[in-house]
Ligand binder design. Structure first.
Ligand SMILES: [Zn+2]
Length: 199
């Protein structure tokens, strides 16, 4: 049975650290299963290992049918109905980038906060390893390319908030100040609890 893992919230220092390359693949399949279960539980389109407190270079990304058209449609549409592909990307690297897109992003570590102004590359090629270590290459564009770039950023300790253009970021952070402060409080409380459990 896969396990639902607690998601680290904005303010948790683990989200700001650089993840280490995966060399030992022996526990990666189990970790990936748990991350998939966790992502579905919280209704995300991607989840990176640092978001569950593990500084390993690994993330999952879900591709849903029709999401590209619907991502551009009204906010009240439900774009996550049909799962088309589920990628587990270990030690991913982007080896080609082209074009630009600006769109909406949120993050399971920053629940309820969305920005419509996140710039990303439109097309990418990503080289990665599967859960068993097999090398793979994927070319992605549009929404999937956005998800992959968002998740890859997590492996560098970068959040979508950091990608909002500087002139928009300040008002955005101001607008969401109390929500973000609340997350920081919860993140600290979680870490205190974790330390108590480990004693
Ligand atoms: Zn995220």
């Amino acid at each position: 049975m896969a396990e639902i893992l607690p998601i680290r919230l904005y303010g948790d220092p683990v989200l700001r650290k650089k993840a280490r390359a995966v060399q030992d693949f022996s526990e990666i399949a189990t970790l990936a299963e748990n991350m998939v279960e966790t992502m579905f539980e919280y209704g995300g389109v991607g989840l990176a290992a640092p978001q569950v407190g593990l500084l390993r270079r690994l993330f999952i990304a879900a591709e849903y049918a029709l999401e590209e058209e619907e991502a551009e449609a009204e906010e009240d549409e439900q774009p996550r109905s049909v799962l088309k592909n589920l990628y587990v990307m270990v030690n991913p690297r982007i080896t080609y980038r082209a074009g630009e897109q600006v769109g909406t992003e949120g993050c399971l570590s920053i629940p309820g906060v969305y920005s419509d102004d996140v710039p990303r590359d439109l097309q990418i090629r990503v080289e990665y390893q599967e859960v068993n270590g097999e090398p793979r290459t994927l070319e992605a564009e549009g929404y999937l390319a956005r998800v992959i770039q968002h998740e890859l950023d997590h492996l560098e300790g970068v959040l979508f908030l950091d990608r909002i253009p500087a002139e928009l970021r300040r008002p955005f952070m101001e607008e969401h100040r109390s929500e973000l402060a609340e997350m920081q409080r919860k993140a600290k409380a979680f870490l205190r609890e974790l330390r108590t459990e480990q004693k």
